[in-house]
Write a protein that binds this ligand. Structure first.
Ligand code: NAD
Length: 443
């Protein structure tokens, strides 16, 4: 193999823009953060996709999307059931985007498939392993196209890493170490105070957050996973760790407010992070933020929440052919992204989700991959290292041409990583209870 030219070929990144044979239409269930992310493609590349119906129980979000896309009042719905009811006598659009909270994925996705929509289903697919398998069965029965929001598969970085492994640049993959650094404030925001604080009401952390990572590992290895085991717990964000005198809310004059790294005033007001949850802009007045902190869970003491998601997980995964992977989800990091090391028989790759370096054992040479989007390529505007817009690009192409092979995160391809996640959680809970048997996947 010519290593130089094979490696150089990895820098060829697919342009974000495609032309579709007609403007595809989408009905959006859940006009929140994700519900706006994918249709943005149609704003960047007019004529490709248009939102023609929306359901959101939040009137401001519903009307914001409605006004942005010129949706008539009779196509703006409150609860998602209303949108499904309106489609009973004929679909309202080509595509249904299910970007509702985790506990509202299964039923609307099942019904949307029954009504004949092609579906873009946010991860996690559903709340139990059985529901995920039901969704797969429904897709097979109906023959519609279903993509799961495993956006990392579409990012130029992970695409290049996958190509590097598939083209044998490290020889045979023997083992992988993969870390998901969640970032301390993101953990507090989403998994202690925010929507995903209760793994029973949504999905366990390893599914809710790390299904992306289990999916990437399975995809990179390219083999079925046969055994998993996991450990992990909630170590910090518990009532007994609250410093003496901590108040119920950071806005109640807490004596630790100025020094606590999890202070809501610091995270939301001084740093201005995550303001999208309040539909506020970075330059809004402090009072608008403080009002939210006084009235929503986002202002509560991080040690006094009703949370149960673990803040650290270690999992081991065994794939067919003896390939192993270790995975860690770590809340306590200064940055997010991913860190990955791949050990192969002929080389080693180390990457940080922006760049990666290949070290060859035979020549001692190393090669570094990085990606700077060409001017005007819009990759910069796409979340998840370019994955968000690249996913919708491929999905639209697949829907337009009815070519299922264009879809990397089809429901068929995505279901296994969810099954792996639920198996890891069973293993972790057994370990917590002292019944530490490795969790086997039946197949
Ligand atoms: N692919 C990814 O990387 C990724 C990233 C973040 C979130 N997600 C997933 O996407 C989904 C949406 O997350 P989000 O961050 O956009 O949440 P969000 O809270 O911003 O949006 C969800 C929207 O659903 C609406 N809603 C709730 N109940 C409803 C109902 N009964 N009928 C109609 N609308 C209703 C809410 O008002 C809200 O506007 C979640 O399942 C989440 O786990 C995926």
């Amino acid at each position: 193999m010519d290593i130089e030219s094979t490696f150089a070929g990895l820098t060829k990144v697919e342009p974000l823009e495609i032309k579709t044979s007609r403007e595809l239409t989408v009905a959006v269930m859940g006009a929140g953060s994700r519900g706006n992310e994918y249709p943005a493609y149609g704003k960047l590349f007019p004529g490709t996709v248009r939102v023609v119906a929306v359901a959101d129980i939040d009137a401001a979000r519903r009307n914001h999307m409605g006004d942005e896309w010129g949706i008539p009042p009779e196509r703006r719905f409150g609860d998602y059931h209303e949108l499904l009811d309106a489609g009973k006598d004929g679909k309202l659009a080509d595509i249904m985007l299910v970007s509702l909270p985790d506990d509202l994925h299964y039923e609307p996705a099942m019904e949307a498939m029954r009504q004949g929509y092609d579906v873009l289903l946010e991860k996690p697919m559903a709340q139990t392993e059985q529901q995920c398998l039901d969704l797969l069965e429904r897709q097979r029965e109906t023959g519609v196209m279903v993509a799961v929001g495993h956006v990392l598969r579409y990012s130029p970085y992970f695409r290049a890493l996958k190509k590097a492994l598939d083209s044998g640049l490290v020889g045979n993959v023997v083992s992988i170490q993969h870390q998901e650094p969640v970032m301390y404030a993101h953990m507090a925001h989403s998994f202690v105070r925010g929507n995903w604080h209760d793994g029973n009401a949504t999905t366990p952390m390893i599914v809710a957050k790390s299904c992306h990572d289990l999916d990437i590992l399975k995809w990179l290895v390219g083999k079925h996973c046969v055994r998993v085991s996991a450990e992990g717990s909630l170590s910090l964000f518990r009532a007994e760790n609250a410093p003496p005198g901590a108040t119920a809310r950071c806005t109640d004059g807490c004596p630790h407010e100025k020094t606590c790294p999890y202070s809501a005033i610091d995270i939301y007001d001084r740093k201005r992070w995550f303001l999208y949850v309040f539909d506020l802009k970075k330059d809004c007045p402090s009072e608008a933020i403080l009002e939210k902190l006084r009235t929503t869970d986002y202002g509560r003491c991080v040690y006094r929440m009703d949370n149960n998601q673990p803040d650290h997980i270690v999992a081991t995964l065994l794939f067919e052919g003896g390939v192993t992977a270790s995975f860690t989800m770590d809340a306590f990091t200064p940055w997010g992204g991913r860190r990955t090391r791949v050990m192969g028989t002929m080389g080693y790759i180390e990457g940080d989700s922006k760049t990666f370096t290949l070290y060859r054992f035979d020549t001692g040479k190393s090669y570094t991959w990085s990606f700077t989007p060409p001017q005007g390529e819009n990759y910069k505007e796409s979340g998840h290292a370019g994955g968000d817009l690249a996913l919708i690009r491929d999905f639209l192409k697949a829907v337009d041409t009815r070519d299922f092979s264009l879809l990397s995160s089809s429901i068929e391809a995505s279901v296994e990583s969810h099954v792996m996640g639920f198996a890891c959680e069973r293993s972790r809970l057994r370990a917590v209870k002292g019944q530490d048997q490795p969790g086997c996947l039946d197949r």
